[in-house]
Write a protein that binds this ligand. Structure first.
Ligand code: GDP
Length: 297
């Protein structure tokens, strides 16, 4: 289960304070040391950990929490609030264009869950907004990717635009967009190619697609199971593409939690959705406060 180790360690760290009528400076310091280790072990970015611990400690001291009533409960509350803040405070909705169609571009490494998430998002828009999305198959390097998107499209009854694997991806994106305008689709979701690692060619191509269609939303799909690499990947994509949001996938797996807690703080870009399973319905809006509660257990 996701966050299992982190939850247990955070609970243990704060357990020593529980029931104490008075918490001393050294109690607080010991607890913060445990929290710091728990976060580092969960693969949270070290700078994020450092800021987090510093803020919690300052707040605990500043508000004279240690001398007040129920100091341990108050510290738990501070930790909860700061976890929420680290993950972005509030849910951030999908950008929407004033004129249809709203253009959403999916980006990310191969295997992160782009194609699956493109389908999940199309279904969500269809179910929740009665939208008529068009999926554009723009990953021409992995022939199976087009078939995969076609299958997804059939499954959720959403049309898929494709021109096979011999047309330039920028051209496919443009022609897909034209088709969407003709058919009055209100959303297009462009499924782009990924690679196993960030490379210049991939980034150049994504940049060209971005320049050609001016997406309203560039979603970066990140596999939560990849720990510290998730943050490095996010930074790499964000540097070139200036993404507008992140989707964190595979949160149903036994991820340690580092990506969820680091990405917003490191990239300053909001996590907008989380993928929590392989089914088309397994996509949820990301609520930082609910995630904090889940992490604290
Ligand atoms: P792409 O290469 O980025 O397009 O990745 P795919 O969409 O093909 O996904 C790669 C694998 O991850 C597939 O087996 C998906 O079913 C799986 N996957 C995607 N999102 C999730 C998720 O949220 N949870 C789980 N458990 N699996 C996922």
């Amino acid at each position: 289960m996701a966050f299992e180790g982190l939850t247990e360690r955070l609970q243990n760290a704060m357990k020593t304070l529980r029931g104490k009528g008075k918490v001393s400076q050294s109690d607080l310091r010991a607890t913060m040391r445990e929290i710091r280790l728990a976060l580092l072990e969960a693969d949270v970015n070290f700078q994020v950990v450092r800021n987090f611990v510093k803020t919690v400690e300052e707040r605990a001291n500043g508000a004279k929490v240690l001398e007040g009533l129920n100091p341990s409960q108050q510290i738990v509350k501070i930790v909860d609030e700061e976890l929420t803040k680290t993950m972005g405070e509030e849910a951030v909705p999908l950008n929407k264009s004033e004129k249809i169609p709203t253009i959403i571009m999916m980006s990310g490494l191969q295997g992160a869950g782009k194609t699956t998430t493109a389908g999940k998002l199309a279904l969500k828009l269809k179910n929740e907004q009665n939208a008529r999305p068009l999926l554009i198959a723009d990953d021409i390097y992995r022939p199976a990717a087009i078939d995969q998107l076609e299958t997804v499209g059939q499954q959720i009854d959403v049309p898929v635009f494709q021109l096979g694997t011999d047309v330039d991806p920028v051209e496919i994106a443009k022609r897909g967009l034209e088709k969407a305008k003709e058919d009055h689709n209100d959303y297009v979701i462009i499924d782009t190619a990924g690679r196993l690692q960030i490379d210049e060619k991939l980034m150049g191509e994504l940049s060209n697609i971005k320049d050609a269609v001016h997406p309203d939303e560039i979603l970066l799909v990140i596999d939560a199971m990849t720990g510290q690499n998730a943050v490095a990947t996010a930074e790499g994509f964000n540097k070139t593409l200036d993404v507008t949001g992140v989707v964190l996938t595979k949160l149903d797996g036994d991820t340690r939690g580092g990506a969820a807690l680091s990405i917003r703080a490191v990239t300053q870009k909001p996590i907008k959705f989380v993928g929590q399973g392989e089914k088309m319905s397994d996509l949820d809006v990301f609520y930082p406060d609910r995630m904090a509660s889940r992490i604290l257990g």
